[in-house]
Write a protein that binds this ligand. Structure first.
Ligand SMILES: Nc1ncnc2c1ncn2[C@@H]1O[C@H](COP(=O)(O)OP(=O)(O)OP(=O)(O)O)[C@@H](O)[C@H]1O
Length: 565
């Protein structure tokens, strides 16, 4: 393995070994370019042997690096280092450079026994906030477990290893192989255990397992082997956490069991819903789990209960061990109606808030989205994090903003935002190449407009003689039509002067002079010289031309005098 003192990617100095996981060794380190302390995770060489895994790993780490949220361990960089072993054998070791977290793994905290309910709620709140953010950014974690959750000295929750499970499960074929690397099947959702596709709800199931374990002091399913545990996730009904730790309230029992529904349509559909119910349960209220077609409710919305409704729910809880009502899949139209209503409400509130609030008098705890134009994505993330806002990266071409710099944000700079709000940061991919259009034979002004419309820059105009293209029309461009050019590139015009060059024809044979005039598209009138002094000469040489040699208007008439042959 890599020794202390090694420099990775010419930049990250590996320091003391601080931890070992199922797939990696973790060191404290220093980013020598920025002078900041980092954590460096070096993947085990057994995993690193597969090039497909390394590629997938790098892609996932890059996706994770796009996420910046106070509840997510920041990924700063990822790469591969060639390591020459003492035998002379070279191997590629993938590494991730992360935010250094001064804290403890939740796994180690749980080992000391069940947590107080309010502490468990606070931690799960943090995990769900991280998931709300990552799911909105389109990233499913796939391996939510106490070994991937850190609690800092100040109590801040930090979730890590986003996307790494994907890299592993894509390169391993069976549950047994995947768990051999990930270390445990205790937090697998039923769909993961069955090898089916996963989505955001998979993470919510695993979060339910983590909540169960924090409250009960042990995971809901245990077994001799990963396959035995995976089997229970698919087919066994979990017990209530309170049957292991009687201090757990019926409300939290209800939330945990709802999160652990086998069918993903029967459990929480979003981290937001899950968190709302956890908070409700922390206040002693048992949430009501609405199905999508229940009248008056949103999808699985939690609502405060009246006393009698609470009693009813409690009665159901004791009667029904599974606690989870069978719910039909929500019809698509209701989902869309729900989304539309939320969008309308959010927009109305934003417009109202923006119009009412003077800049000097912001509502409590809110802040304005800062202007980030021209910053790098890293700088923009830091600036947003300073305001407790979270960045999501988006990209678009720009002719005016340099590559890798912020073009704009959504919501735009100046908008009022709340802590942990998501700000989409648009980064310039630079000017996008376009085809230089064919503007030949167009009037110069039209051609200049067409070039400007494509984001190219109209450049110099040079006049050039042409026998047939009318004065002021474009003869050609430089670069030529159809060549791919980046926006911003200057396109020069060569425009017809409307003139044509008339050569000096005196002394030339009449036939040669006639050919020259024809090729310049000039009109020839020839008059044999009546003068006797003109000697008869072979070839009938031209003695005089009516227009002086030089540039003359197109189609000019030229009279040639010549000696008859
Ligand atoms: N960003 C970090 N800052 C500080 N310490 C860290 C960081 N990441 C990991 N560690 C420490 O390194 C140890 C191993 O990390 P981790 O458990 O994430 O490794 P892993 O190989 O991903 O493990 P597993 O696959 O078993 O989850 C942990 O004990 C943790 O305390």
């Amino acid at each position: 393995m890599t020794d202390e003192g090694r420099l990775l990617a010419g930049r990250y100095r590996v320091g003391a070994h601080i931890g070992r996981g199922g797939m990696s060794d973790v060191h404290i380190g220093t980013d020598s370019r920025l002078g900041r302390t980092v954590a460096i995770k070096l993947l085990k060489s057994s995993l690193a042997a597969d090039p497909a895994f390394r590629t997938r790993f790098r892609q996932e780490a890059q996706a994770a690096a796009r996420m910046a949220h106070p509840t997510i361990v920041r990924v700063f960089d990822a790469g591969e280092e060639t390591i020459v072993e003492s035998s002379g054998h070279e191997s590629q070791i993938p590494f991730i450079v992360m935010e250094y977290v001064d804290g403890r793994l939740l796994k180690d905290i749980i080992r000391e026994g069940p947590l107080q309910a309010d502490e468990a709620v606070r931690i799960i709140d943090g995990v769900l906030t991280a998931l709300e953010y990552s799911h909105r950014a389109g990233v499913v974690h796939r391996d939510i477990k106490p070994g991937n959750i850190m609690i800092t000295r100040t109590g801040q929750v930090k979730v890590m290893d986003f996307g790494i499970a994907r890299a592993i499960s894509d390169s391993s074929t069976t549950v047994a192989q995947t768990t051999a690397i990930l270390g445990t099947a205790s937090y697998f959702s039923p769909e993961q255990a069955k090898g089916e596709s996963v989505d955001a709800r998979t993470d919510l199931y695993s979060t339910g397992v983590v909540l169960f374990e924090m409250l009960a002091g042990r995971a809901p399913f245990r077994g001799e082997s990963p396959v035995a545990v995976a089997y229970q996730h698919v087919s066994e009904t979990p017990v209530k956490p309170s049957s292991i730790n009687p201090k757990v309230s019926p409300a939290l029992d209800a939330v945990v069991l709802h999160a652990l529904a086998k069918d993903r349509f029967d459990r929480y559909q979003s981290a937001v819903d899950f968190r709302a119910d956890v908070d409700l349960a922390a206040g002693g209220q048992i949430p009501v789990f609405h199905s999508a077609d229940d009248s008056g409710g949103g999808l699985f919305a939690a609502a405060p209960l009246s006393a009698s409704a609470s009693e009813l729910a409690l009665k159901q809880l004791s009667e029904d061990e599974s606690m989870v009502r069978t719910q039909r899949r929500p019809p698509v139209i209701w989902i869309w109606a729900g989304i539309l209503s939320v969008v309308v409400i959010v927009l109305s509130v934003m417009i109202w808030a923006f119009s009412l609030t003077p800049s000097s008098d912001l509502p409590d705890n809110s802040r304005r989205v800062p202007s980030l134009t021209g910053l790098s994505y890293d700088q923009a993330q830091t600036s947003l994090l300073d305001q407790d806002l979270a960045a999501i990266r988006a990209e678009e071409p720009s002719a005016t903003v340099a590559k890798d710099q912020v073009i704009r944000t959504d919501p735009p700079a100046g908008t009022i935002a709340q802590p942990t709000d998501l700000i989409r940061v648009y980064i310039s991919t630079g000017a996008q190449p376009v085809d230089v259009p064919d503007v030949t034979n167009q009037p110069l002004a039209d051609a200049q407009t067409a070039i400007t419309d494509l984001g190219l820059t109209p450049g110099s105009v040079t006049r050039e003689n042409s026998p047939d293209v009318a004065a002021g029309l474009v003869l050609r461009t430089d670069p030529a039509a159809a060549s791919m050019e980046k926006t911003g590139v200057t396109v020069n015009f060569i425009v017809s002067s409307g003139l044509v060059a008339l050569p000096d024809l005196e002394g030339q044979a009449l036939s040669a002079a006639t050919d020259l005039l024809n090729s310049a598209d000039l009109q020839l009138i020839s008059i044999p010289t009546p003068d006797d002094t003109c000697p008869l000469e072979a070839g009938s040489p031209v003695t005089k031309q009516s227009l002086a040699p030089g540039d003359v208007p197109q189609k000019s008439e030229v009279t040639l005098f010549y000696c008859a042959g």
